[in-house]
Design a protein around this ligand. Sequence first.
Ligand SMILES: [Zn+2]
Length: 190
Amino acid sequence: MWIFSGQSSKKADGAKKMFLWLKIKKQSLRCFHTIGHAIYIQIKKKIYKLIMKVQLTKQFDFEMAHALMNYDGHCKNIHGHSYKLYITIEGEPNSDETSSKCGMVMDFGDLKKIVYENIIDKYDHALVLNEKAVFENSLNTKLIRTSFQPTCENMLIYFYQILNDKLPHGVRLCKLRMYETATSYAELVL
Ligand SMILES: [Zn+2]
């Protein structure tokens, strides 16, 4: 048993008050921590929702012939490639549960339709030549003239320009990759 004298008793009261104050302080801090953590989780969820973008890629195959004007190698001759074109788009999945496209950034079928209508149908089995190249089309072949050298790189930039404004609202064209051969490709990252 502790017996306090008058002065010691005052000290003991002070110590009790201090202990009580520290206990309350600790509980308050724990409470603030819990509230703060809850707010942090809500903010984190909102940020995740804001940046929850998904990329989709679809592959397209087509055959195309070309010749490179003034080129110093074999590709100055008319020749063909089996091109593989990869189109990558980015957007947020549709969260409207009443929509037939719920959960989708974009319907792959819609992307296919846009790319076929604007690129594949036009360039598949076509001969593509620089408009400055002299060429007599005696075969009446499917000939497309370009204002640029029809290299893999330039064709890719041109395809981007064609497709960029054809996509629906909220969907961004973010990458195009085109293989000219099995081991050679050009890539445009936006
Ligand atoms: Zn070539």
